[in-house]
Design a protein around this ligand. Structure first.
Ligand code: COA
Length: 179
């Protein structure tokens, strides 16, 4: 099924989305699955910096994010999930763009996320974002395989994007989609 973004609705997630968000995340390896309660908190307390993309009444895209409590100039993007049927059409990039356009994000200077070394799709997504925002991406280790995960999870590398100015004129990418 090819999904047109014209038929896509973007909105803040709701508590009633928790079950669907859990299913989407389960269907999107290598994302870690969360408890249902965690997904419900993402859909409520963190809804101003999270987003659901809906197509034909189904959630086909979801991003959870939050402003880091001690650093109000930094948005942390927690998880990005796009259903397999909707990938490759710029949906993840569009969802990030929608979040960044909200009043809750108007004062941001940095965006951070963590990515495992082998997740090429995710690196490309965030490198493309840095490029569209005319800024740099700095990489470092945030959670180490042995030190923080006791060898049970690949190292999560921190990708720090910025400084950014969300009032600047955005660059246009090769699909002519503006950020
Ligand atoms: C990663 C993921 C969110 C990308 O979603 P998407 O809607 O297909 O991404 P987009 O179409 O917006 O692509 C954004 C950029 O990444 C690149 N990209 C996306 N998927 C890619 C892949 N599988 N391989 C290489 N590059 C890829 C695109 O070419 C695009 O680059 P461009 O802007 O220079 O053209 C999706 O594949 C997914 O849900 N994967 C499983 C979960 C996951 O790994 N999430 C990310 C970790 S938080």
């Amino acid at each position: 099924m090819s999904i047109s973004q014209k038929q896509m609705e973007f909105r803040r997630p709701l508590a009633t989305d928790g079950v669907d968000v859990s299913s989407l995340i389960k269907a999107c390896p290598p994302l870690d699955t969360n408890s249902m309660y965690c997904n419900l908190l993402q859909c409520t307390h963190f809804s101003s910096t999270s987003i659901a993309a809906i197509h034909n009444h189904n959630i086909v895209g979801f991003i959870s994010g939050y402003i880091i409590p001690d650093r109000p100039d930094t948005l942390f993007i927690w998880q990005v999930a796009v259903d397999e049927s909707a990938r490759g059409h710029g949906l993840a990039s569009r969802m990030i763009k929608e979040i960044l356009s909200r009043p809750s994000c108007s004062k941001l200077s940095y965006i951070e996320t963590t990515i495992t070394k082998s997740n090429i799709a995710s690196w490309n997504l965030f490198e493309s974002l840095a490029n569209k925002l005319n800024t740099k991406i700095k990489k470092s280790t945030m959670f180490d395989r042995d030190r923080h995960f006791s060898g049970n999870h690949d190292t999560e590398l921190l990708a720090r994007i910025g400084p950014i100015s969300l009032t600047q004129t955005p660059k246009t990418n090769r699909n002519n989609e503006e950020l």
